[in-house]
Write a protein that binds this ligand. Structure first.
Ligand code: SAH
Ligand code: SF4
Length: 446
């Protein structure tokens, strides 16, 4: 979501005549797009702001804006920070050009946050226009783009800040979404990722017809030029589940990858998290996914150290991870968020050290599973959509070899690293896998 918002804001400012620089030191304006999901993310922003305050001491004309969820959460409080000129929440990003120009001209501080985000009209015309006008291919990863199909969330998992900062759940009009997909395909985009906090809950009523995510997948699949379609993140619920899997099985463009966060393997903790399913129901969904879509790759999210999580609860999570056989897992240490039910009603009573150890233990369990799954790719040929140059140098570079290392992903989201020319970025290519590690496949161009 944040990558998409950043891309929209960048496109809007470019159209208004601004250009990107490589460092804050050279910039006239610095915007930080922020996340409030965990405290650590907010701490990093404050550390950036400290650095910017320093720059402003010698260049007071520098304009600094904080956009996104942290701006929405902290509002006026954020403007009290010496470095900050603009605080602009996620629902106010259509105003960004106006706010930046005003700050450059007047040096006055501006606050743009929706006061009571849950009471705002969810069919936000300004956001709709902004979204369709500035939807572009992602320049950092060529030929790929995100398309939001839903805004906000109504689920109120007790640990989660998202419903408070992103507002109520609203599904966008199918016609607007498909129009956007067509425009992106016209610009050369080959991979579209449909976004929603509970993307499988997408629902839009138009006359007698109720559109669900499976309908969007099928309509997007008909757009010429689009080759791969992904969607994130899914919520473990029965509604539309089989329809979406059928679409994945039947539509060749829909990638066989499902991100289905479980959060915990303990029914007691799931209840305290307000997740509305049991471990048994969750595993049943995984069985169905694997029965309907052979070869499907599944990824999960877990929170360790939720209030009241005993060693027994944690071991239940370990068991779930072992049974689920995820391709990979994102594991987070519980971080209390102001205003959430868990923070108001439950005591953050799992010591930091225990959270850390559980995180390490669960990662190790998952690593073994990922290792086993990745080994199945040895000597196989896979199709990869190339993202660009690999950021970190990997081990397989032969000494003296002058080739560049590229990184891409398979349809089932496996990361593949191989040597090749940079002009392959944004294109599909075949790679023969010669070596595997838990998270990365290494290979050679075919
Ligand atoms: N809408 C998505 C993801 C939301 S945030 C979903 O429901 O799956 C992404 C991930 O951050 C969540 O899946 C959860 O694992 C983690 N997360 C959210 N709030 C958190 C918190 N307070 N502390 C630690 N991790 C958190
Ligand atoms: Fe947060 Fe739960 Fe909504 Fe996901 S479904 S965004 S975890 S409240």
């Amino acid at each position: 979501m944040n990558k998409l918002d950043t891309a929209l804001v960048t496109a809007a400012l470019k159209d208004a005549g601004f250009g990107l620089t490589n460092s804050a030191e050279e910039a006239d304006v610095v915007l930080i797009n922020t996340c409030s999901v965990r405290q650590h993310a907010e701490e990093k922003v404050f550390s950036h702001l400290g650095h910017l305050k320093h720059i402003k001491e010698s260049r007071p004309e520098l304009v600094v804006g904080v956009i996104g969820c942290m701006a929405q959460r902290l509002g006026a409080e954020l403007l009290e920070h010496e470095a900050v000129d603009i605080a602009c929440g996620p629902a106010q990003i259509p105003q960004i050009t106006k706010l930046v120009k005003k700050a450059l001209k007047t040096k006055e501080k501006s606050l743009a946050v929706t006061r009571e985000i849950r009471k705002t009209n969810p069919k936000n015309d300004a956001l709709e226009k902004f979204e369709s006008l500035y939807s572009r291919a992602d320049k950092r990863i060529p030929n790929q783009a995100f398309v939001r199909v839903m805004r906000g969330c109504n689920n109120f998992c007790t640990y989660c800040i998202v419903p408070f900062v992103r507002g109520p759940e609203v599904s966008r009009r199918p016609a607007d979404i498909i129009e956007q997909v067509k425009k992106l395909a016209g610009d050369g985009v080959k991979q579209i990722t449909l976004l929603g906090q509970r993307v499988n809950a997408y629902k839009y009523k138009n006359g007698d017809k109720t559109y669900c995510l499976a309908d969007l997948l099928s309509m997007a699949g008909e757009v010429d030029g689009v080759e791969w379609i992904r969607f994130v993140t899914s919520y473990p619920s029965e509604e539309f589940f089989d329809e979406i899997l059928q679409a994945m099985a039947n539509l060749p463009k829909v990638c066989n990858y499902l991100h289905l966060p479980a959060q915990s393997g303990s029914d007691k903790i799931l209840k305290a998290m307000n997740r509305n399913y049991t471990t048994g129901q969750y595993l049943n969904l995984l069985d169905r996914a694997r029965a309907i879509v052979p070869g499907i790759a599944i990824a999960g999210d877990f929170i360790v150290g939720f209030p009241g999580e005993t060693e027994e609860d944690f071991q239940a999570t370990v068991e779930l991870v072992k049974k689920a056989k995820y391709k990979n897992c994102f594991i987070f240490k519980y971080s209390p968020r102001p205003g959430t039910t868990a923070n108001k009603r439950l005591n953050d009573n799992v010591p930091q050290e225990v959270k850390k150890n559980r995180n390490i233990e669960l990662l190790a369990v998952q690593e073994k599973i990922s290792d086993e799954l990745s080994k199945k790719f040895q000597d196989k040929t896979v199709i990869v959509l190339v993202e660009g140059l690999s950021k970190k140098p990997h081990l397989n570079t032969k000494e003296g070899e002058n080739q560049l290392q590229l990184v891409g992903r398979t349809a089932s989201d496996w990361i593949v690293v191989f040597n090749g020319q940079e002009n392959l970025a944004g294109r599909f290519t075949k790679v023969k896998i010669t070596k595997t590690t838990p998270l990365t496949l290494f290979g050679e161009l075919c």
